[in-house]
Design a protein around this ligand. Structure first.
Ligand code: GDP
Ligand code: ZN
Length: 461
């Protein structure tokens, strides 16, 4: 994908498969507008942003469908170019025929099929939205829970971007004051000016910390939390998955070694999307398939954000300790491990007390006891317990940029703290902090970054 590619593009913008309505969308540079309109709908004057019911024909003039056609002249369109939307009946064959007809009829202006995310990429390149907003478009499409959809909508509205801008302005001001001082090196920085600079930097640093906190939550809403269920065979991992999923996702038997491969299921706790991974029970085995499964369990452990280590409180499963030891050995350092004592419906009070005193959460996957407690502990661990009303969608990329900005501001503050000895360096740190923030909004020309971001989109967006 080239940055300044101005080739006219077309794509089926609605989901694959049958539907009541399907949309074929075109975006063409403004100078091709007349050629496009007079070729596709000869003799018809399209009024901007009005619905027109028109015949859509193939290249030989045969009728394909009667469709609603919407015309958005540049620059007030999604992409900033001239956009045309043909809303036809939603059959996959019909939409392909319309797409082909457009490609054939407009071959003379060089039209081609759009790449994934290319409409949104043009919107970004033409300054209709910034990069964080563009990413929110895919977040909205991919949202797996109500809370993540709302967070994406907040980002798309520019809420997140405005806050980034506000911090950026503080940094710009601090830098302007610093640089003004640089022009008079023989004069000493007066206290009032020093205060002005420090105050702005401190406010900016505080806001970045806040943004980072919210963005971390936003990243969880966007990507979901991965929770791995591990433990010896038969402790009730698959039963717990089913209980949390509210349906029979995994096969439950009392034969140890039933779950031989990892099973994943998406669910949500309080609007927070969760990917729950059930794994093969950890034990020594000579079965080839089962040991492959165990290998994958250990892999799932490494990828997990939170690990639920199950043990059996009923005393039916003996080799618990061994499995739990393997869990501790495998998890990434820093990954929280919650100890779960399952089958509390069968457990004696003595055993339960003993397990709970060691910090385990007593549950019964069978009758649902303790599951609410378990859910809130998981949300607590992910720092998601406080609700998600103010959260905007964020990506790991945003977190990294915010962290970088924070590092540079702290360095600038250190320089100020040590008596403003190196004003050039201070100004430079402020510039770098501002640049890290700008990267979030796409105020850099890193083409590789854009390709990575937009290739994650579906075609037609
Ligand atoms: P896994 O091998 O760890 O996935 O264990 P399963 O979920 O397949 O369960 C093993 C056996 O324990 C099955 O017979 C389940 O019905 C039973 N089981 C699981 N959880 C509970 C529980 O909370 N209470 C009781 N009484 N039985 C359970
Ligand atoms: Zn299982």
């Amino acid at each position: 994908m080239q940055l300044n590619d101005k080739t006219p593009i077309v794509a089926i913008a609605t989901a694959a498969g049958r539907g009541a309505i399907g949309v074929v969308r075109l975006s063409v540079p403004v100078h091709h507008t007349d050629a496009m309109l007079s070729t596709l709908f000869p003799g018809i004057l399209l009024e901007p942003r009005h619905a027109h019911l028109l015949d859509v024909t193939d290249v030989k003039g045969a009728l394909l469908d009667r469709a609603i056609v919407l015309y958005f002249p540049a620059p007030a369109s999604y992409t900033g170019e001239t956009v045309l939307e043909i809303q036809a009946h939603g059959g996959p064959m019909l939409l392909r025929l319309i797409l082909r007809s457009v490609l054939e009829k407009l071959a003379f202006i060089g039209i081609r099929i759009a790449e994934p995310g290319e409409f949104t990429k043009r919107a970004f390149l033409n300054g209709r939205i910034d990069l964080a907003q563009a990413e929110a478009v895919s977040g909205l499409i991919d949202a797996v829970s109500e809370a993540s959809a709302q967070a994406a909508a907040r980002s798309l509205s520019g809420d997140f971007s405005r806050r980034i801008h506000a911090v950026g302005s503080l940094l710009d001001e601090a830098r302007a004051l610093t640089e003004a001082q640089l022009d008079f090196p023989e004069e000493e920085l007066d206290d009032l000016m020093a205060d002005e600079i420090v105050q702005r930097m401190e406010t900016a640093a505080g806001r970045i910390d806040e943004l980072l906190k919210t963005a971390r939550k936003g990243a969880v809403l966007a990507e979901g939390l991965t929770v791995a269920l591990v433990g010896a065979p038969n402790v009730g991992k698959s039963s717990l998955l089913n209980a949390l999923a509210g349906e029979e996702v995994a096969i439950v038997t009392d034969i140890a070694g039933t779950t031989r491969d990892r099973i994943e299921h998406w669910t949500a706790f309080n609007g927070v999307p969760l990917r729950i991974v059930d794994t093969a029970g950890l034990r020594d085995t000579t079965d080839v398939v089962e040991s492959k499964g165990i290998e994958r369990s250990l892999q799932a452990l490494k990828e997990a954000d939170i690990v639920l280590a199950l043990s059996d409180a009923s005393g039916q499963v003996a080799d618990d300790a061994d499995a739990l030891k393997r869990v501790e050995e495998t998890v990434r350092c820093g990954t929280p491990v919650l100890h779960i004592a399952n089958k509390c419906d069968l457990a004696s009070d003595g055993v339960l007390n003993e397990l709970q005193s060691r910090g385990a959460i007593a549950i019964s996957a069978k009758n649902g006891e303790g599951l609410e407690d378990l859910k809130s502990r998981v949300l607590d661990l992910a720092d998601m317990a406080g609700g998600t009303e103010e959260v905007f969608l964020a990506r790991e990329r945003h977190l990294e940029c915010l962290r970088q900005a924070g590092v540079h501001i702290r360095r600038a503050l250190e320089i100020a703290d040590s008596g403003f000895g190196m004003m050039e360096f201070l100004a430079e740190e402020l510039r770098l902090a501002g640049r890290s923030l700008g990267e979030i909004l796409g105020e850099t020309d890193a083409e590789g970054l854009l390709d990575i971001i937009f290739s994650r989109f579906c075609i037609g967006k």
